[in-house]
Design a protein around this ligand. Structure first.
Ligand code: ADP
Ligand code: ADP
Length: 224
């Protein structure tokens, strides 16, 4: 059964813009789904609806039974890592656990493990300004993973990074996905990225935003 299932989903904003219409989409557990489409076709809106950060104006977004507490199920990564500049890498990653009331020692241990997982062991005490763009993105991914979500939503995460950094991050994300079993929904306007990364691609078209085609890539991408 799908982890999340969208049926007839539409979104019309208060100003009348019809951002999405008639979207049917299932997100299978463990898949790496790319959502590919041009600017303005509704990719971010779709991600926000999946995350429950916005409500659809038509249709429904349903989670599999036992997964209804979506806030805990989701990690979100944006293009802008939005780290707190006055907090170390470790404290940035630890924040969601502090908000959840986890004891400090356990939070620190889990945050350190999450940093190690994204290749930043040894950078626990670094300040965001000391880190490169790629490394700040890694901290942001660690922060999204530290709560152990079942679904990782990524909104054009690497679009602002240089090509080499982006390529390394693609490879490391793929390895992380393969070893963890996490479900990933990855929004991009890069055909290359969607083909390189995903087990399935939902291609969107604009006006109104909709899923125009789905491509399944058999034999899932293999990390190096
Ligand atoms: P994408 O992520 O594919 O670039 P978006 O989901 O950001 O697309 O936007 C889809 C459409 O909805 C665009 O036309 C955008 O201008 C419009 N839109 C997005 N957010 C709002 C909003 N809060 N109010 C009105 N229109 C919006
Ligand atoms: P960059 O934006 O610097 O290219 P990447 O995301 O490509 O960063 O980094 C790849 C790996 O290289 C990181 O996981 C990190 O462990 C290591 N790394 C990057 N920059 C540095 C640095 N300034 N000092 C030490 N290690 C670094």
């Amino acid at each position: 059964a799908p982890l999340v299932s969208l049926r007839g989903v539409g979104k019309r904003f208060a100003n009348g813009t019809l951002a999405l219409e008639g979207v049917d989409l299932d997100i299978a557990p463990g898949e790496f789904l790319s959502i590919l489409g041009p600017s303005g076709c509704g990719k971010s809106t779709l991600l926000r609806l999946i995350a429950g950060l916005a409500e659809p104006s038509a249709g429904r977004v349903a989670w599999a039974p036992g997964h209804e507490e979506r806030r805990r199920e989701i990690g979100f990564v944006f293009q802008d890592p939005t780290l707190m500049p006055w907090a170390t890498a470790l404290d940035n990653v630890r924040l969601p656990l502090r908000l959840a009331g986890l004891p400090r020692a356990e939070g620190e241990a889990r945050a350190a493990a999450a940093l190690a997982r994204v290749g930043l062991a040894g950078f626990e005490r670094a300040w965001p300004r000391e880190l490169s763009g790629g490394m700040r993105m890694r901290v942001s991914i660690a922060r999204a993973l530290v709560t152990r979500p079942s679904l990782l939503l990524m909104d054009e995460p690497f679009a602002a990074l240089d090509e080499l950094t982006r390529h390394r991050l693609n490879d490391d994300l793929l390895a992380l996905w393969a070893e963890s079993g996490i479900t990933v929904v990855f929004v991009t306007h890069s055909v290359f990225e969607s083909v390189y990364l995903s087990t399935r691609i939902a291609v969107m078209a604009a006006r109104p935003g909709r899923v125009a085609a789905e491509l399944r890539q058999d034999g899932a991408p293999a990390p190096r």
